[in-house]
Each structure stands twice: as structure tokens, then as C-alpha cells.
Design a protein. Structure first.
Length: 505
């Protein structure tokens, strides 16, 4: 199994910089052990003008069988032999993808301390895979790679036997990609699309594969025209996982689209501007109101659900009374930004132990969210389709059941006070709805009744006597059991039916 990566260079930017980016020295041939064989990295050529790195993977068919691939397959006479005699040692597949994560781990992340500017910039690349299974043929290869910025996508069918052309073509192609891309982007594309084209994986697809797909697909998969096919095949057609990934990618796509415009009309004031005349941004007022409510509730272990880029998590971390802080978001891109904002890698051991960022969707129940004192959904519900609110409701109030839940959302009545907002428009392009005070209070009261909570409301921002505040806040507190007034007493929901989406997790 073979993969080559080539680039060209100049005296100022020699092609041998490829060795720095791959973290593999051109003057050495290196060997790495993998779970199913041995990977070799070598350089057939390494000059300032042109450099080629080759990844050669020797697969051990016996190790592959011993680890469970192909066992127990239906009794065909050649089934036992097929476990040992197959294309796995020769044709690019998920085995090569896994080897890439072992050998090129830092390069996949785009990390290069020696040449950070080279790692961050596109470079001329030529990638060749001599034998690639293509379930869907050359046409599908073009559909998968052409939208990703490659100037040349060549998928040349491999004949079954060149001596007998009448036998026709095999299901394999020789793949050549040429173009200017970041090396990390090219490697992540290959990591996902090699097993997609093979339409098979050598290992069981567990739920954590969704996270792997979202990480590797960051920056390109959310907008790919063949997103559904890629997601389905990568997750081995496990429909529950595929649906989860598709919903996550849709939210990522919307989040990335939002980056080209003002985040939200009520967040449009630059919080870093240092002038006495500048009013306190509504986003800052909202965080202050949430922090005050959490302190009054005596919460120590707090969930920030839909944490975005980590602004609230950052404020929580400053107050030592919050002993455990978990930020959850569906967007890996947002979580990466939050990690940089919090400087997680630089935090001392004690502070780092207090905070954690996780990827997840509120369309599903999640065991990780149980047994927390409080959960915050700040400007989250309005981004959810109304028909899916019941799933979010059950995931938070029915399954996770924190003692306190704080929910903030825009007050649509206040929109007339925004001079720059056209009449009838919502504050943000991704808002699926914006509620009046009466609508929000009605929804919150029903949620509290169904799940055994009480609810109180508070304004955030200037409380206009005619149209109310720009943001409305609901503070849910778990009601004590009947006859139980002791601290920490809880009540179960009066009537709660889990939506299908919440149960699916």
C-alpha cells in the first residue's frame, strides 16, 4: 500500500521544507509499528527544487484476521481463504488512513513549530495513490476531490490484466491530485475519503467516529456537495451516527457562514474598545446576569451548553466558586477557538482541572451532562428548529436534570429599538424564531410543568416600558418533592415523554 506526497520549491523556499511539515527528515528512512503491520516513510527524492515523501504500509494479513476482520462470514467455501488472500495489503483503504494518523499526526493538525508560516499557507502538491478502490468509479473520485480546490484530479482505471484487455477494468484506479493546498488540509481530505471510496472499514465504527469525522472534515466537509454520501460511507452506513454527524455539520456550516457577518446585532459593539462613552455591550450584560444567577443558586459544577467560542466559560473560570466548568458545542471549529481563547495548554494544573470542552449535540441525550448543579443555554434555543425544541427540552430537563437551568433568548418586541435592523427581520440570519415575552414565558412555564421545575423571569439589558428588555432570561429551579423541604430536594417530571431524537442517543 503506497502513497506519495510531492512538492516543488525555490532557493528561498526549498521543497525539502516538506520534511519539516511532515516531521520526518529527508535523509532518513523511518519505520513505525501499526496495529496491522509496519509503516515506512522514505524520500525517493529530496532537493531544493523537488521533494517527494513516500508512505509505504506493509499489512500483515494474519494480524488483520486475528483482530477480528472477516470472522464468521457466512459459510462460503472460500470464506476462510478470503480472510488471508485479499486486496488489503495492496489497495489504499482505512488501513492507510489509520497509518497516516500514526505517522503524520502533527502534520494532520497543521502543527510545525519550525516553519509555522509554511504550515499555514498553501503549497504546490502532487499526491499519488497507485491502487485505490473506487466504489463508484472514476466519476465518483472526481465528485469527491474536485470541489476541494485541486486543479487536477486524475483517476485512471486499472485493468484487470494488461495482457487480456478484453477482461475489462478492475474496481481500482490510480489517483493523482495536483494543486495548491495546505498540507494539513490535503492529508485530512485523504484520511476521510480513502475509506469512503473503498466503502469499507477494517474496524468497528463506534460513536467516537463522528468526532473524528468532524475534526478531519473541518473547513471543507460542511460545504461539500457530496456531504451525505461521504458521511454515510465514512460511518459505515450506521444511520444513527450518520444523522448525528449530518446535523452537526449543518450547524457547523451555519456557524461558518456567520463568520462573514456581524455575529449578532446585539453583540455588534466591540467589547475591547476602551472608551468611557462606549456602552456596555449586551453580550457582556448577558454574561453578568448569568454569573449573578449562578452565584445566587450556589452552583459549583456548571454546564455551558452551546458554549460557542468560550466567552462565558472564560468568565466562569475567573471565579473559583465554580469548581467544574464544562463547555459543550456542536462545532469543533468553535471549540478550537474556545481552547485558544482559554489558553488551555498554558493553564496551570489546578485551573486546567476545572475546565473541559466537549463536542456534542442537544438533539440527543448525553450521559456526560448528568449530575451537574447548573446548565446555561445562552442564546441557544432560537437557533433550533421549533420542531426539534422538544428533543433539546428532554435532553436538558428530562435526562440531564441539573438543579438549575438558565435560558436566555432575544425578545423580538425589542427589535423595533434597533435602528439598523429592518422591520420584520430577526437579529441573526440563523435564528429560526424570536419570541415575544408572552411566547417565551408560555414555553418556559410548560417546560417547568412537564419536568418538575419552577421558573422565574428577569430582564437583561435596558427594560423598555413599552417593549421590554432586549434579552429575556428564565431561571428554572428543580422543585422539591412533595413534603420534602430539605436542601437539595428534587422532584421528578410530572409528565415527560422522550422525543425520538433524544432517545436515539
Amino acid at each position: 500500500m503506497f502513497l506519495t506526497i510531492s512538492t516543488t520549491g525555490t532557493p528561498e523556499r526549498p521543497a525539502t521544507d516538506l520534511g519539516f511539515l511532515l516531521h520526518k527528515h529527508p535523509d532518513k528512512a523511518q519505520t513505525f509499528s501499526t496495529s496491522h503491520g509496519t509503516a515506512h516513510v522514505l524520500y525517493p527524492e529530496a532537493t531544493a527544487e523537488r521533494c517527494t515523501a513516500a508512505l509505504l504500509l506493509e499489512v500483515d494479513p494474519v494480524a488483520l484476521v486475528r483482530r477480528g476482520k472477516g470472522r464468521g462470514r457466512g459459510g462460503a467455501p472460500d470464506a476462510a481463504l478470503a480472510q488471508y488472500v485479499n486486496d488489503r495489503p495492496y489497495a489504499a483503504s482505512s488501513l492507510l488512513s489509520v497509518a497516516m494518523t500514526t505517522v503524520f499526526k502533527s502534520a494532520l493538525r497543521g502543527v510545525c513549530a519550525a516553519l509555522p508560516e509554511r504550515a499555514a499557507a498553501p503549497m504546490p502538491l502532487r499526491i499519488e495513490v497507485p491502487a485505490l478502490p473506487a466504489s463508484g468509479g472514476p466519476a465518483l473520485v472526481h465528485k469527491l476531490f474536485a470541489p476541494l480546490g485541486w486543479e487536477k484530479v486524475k483517476a485512471e482505471p486499472v485493468a484487470l490484466d494488461e495482457k487480456f484487455p478484453e477482461w475489462g477494468e478492475s474496481r481500482y484506479v490510480r489517483l493523482v491530485l495536483e494543486g495548491e493546498l495546505r498540507l494539513a488540509d490535503a492529508l485530512r481530505q485523504l484520511y476521510v475519503l480513502l475509506p469512503v471510496l473503498d466503502d469499507a472499514k477494517h474496524y468497528w465504527v463506534a460513536p467516537d467516529e463522528v468526532d473524528k469525522l468532524l475534526r478531519a472534515g473541518e473547513g471543507w466537509l460542511a460545504e461539500h456537495p457530496e456531504q451525505k454520501l461521504i458521511t454515510s460511507r465514512y460511518l459505515s452506513r450506521r444511520w444513527g451516527l450518520t444523522r448525528q454527524a449530518m446535523e452537526a455539520l449543518e450547524l457547523v456550516r451555519l456557524a461558518e457562514a456567520d463568520d462573514t457577518e456581524v455575529e449578532s446585532i446585539d453583540n455588534a459593539v466591540d467589547e475591547t474598545t476602551d472608551t468611557e462613552e462606549q456602552p456596555v455591550p449586551l453580550a457582556a450584560q448577558r454574561r453578568a446576569a448569568i454569573l449573578d444567577a449562578l452565584r445566587r443558586a450556589g452552583a459549583g459544577r456548571v454546564l455551558d451548553l452551546g458554549c460557542g467560542q468560550g466567552q462565558l466559560v472564560q468568565e466562569l473560570l475567573k471565579d473559583t466558586r465554580f469548581t467544574e466548568i464544562v463547555g459543550m458545542d456542536v462545532s469543533m471549529r468553535a471549540l478550537n477557538i474556545a481552547a485558544r481563547r482559554l489558553r488551555l495548554e498554558e493553564l496551570g494544573e489546578h485551573r486546567a482541572a476545572r475546565v473541559k470542552l466537549i463536542q456534542g449535540s442537544l438533539a440527543y441525550t448525553d450521559k456526560r451532562l448528568k449530575r451537574y448543579d447548573a446548565a446555561v443555554l445562552s442564546e441557544v434555543i432560537e437557533h433550533v428548529d421549533p420542531e426539534r425544541l422538544s428533543a433539546l427540552e428532554y435532553a436538558v430537563f428530562g435526562a440531564a436534570r441539573p438543579q438549575t437551568v438558565l435560558v436566555t433568548t432575544p425578545n423580538v418586541e425589542y427589535n423595533v429599538r434597533w435602528e439598523t435592523l429592518p422591520a420584520g427581520q430577526v437579529r441573526h440570519g440563523d435564528h429560526r424564531f424570536e419570541w415575544t415575552r408572552e411566547e417565551f414565558r408560555g414555553w418556559a412555564a410548560e417546560v417547568a410543568e412537564r419536568h418538575g421545575y419552577t421558573v422565574e423571569f428577569a430582564p437583561v439589558g435596558p427594560d423598555d416600558p413599552e417593549v421590554g428588555p432586549p434579552t429575556q432570561l428564565a431561571a428554572f429551579t428543580m422543585a422539591p418533592k412533595s413534603g420534602d423541604t430539605g436542601p437539595g430536594a428534587t422532584a421528578g417530571p410530572k409528565s415527560s415523554t422522550a422525543p425520538k431524537e433524544a432517545k436515539a442517543a
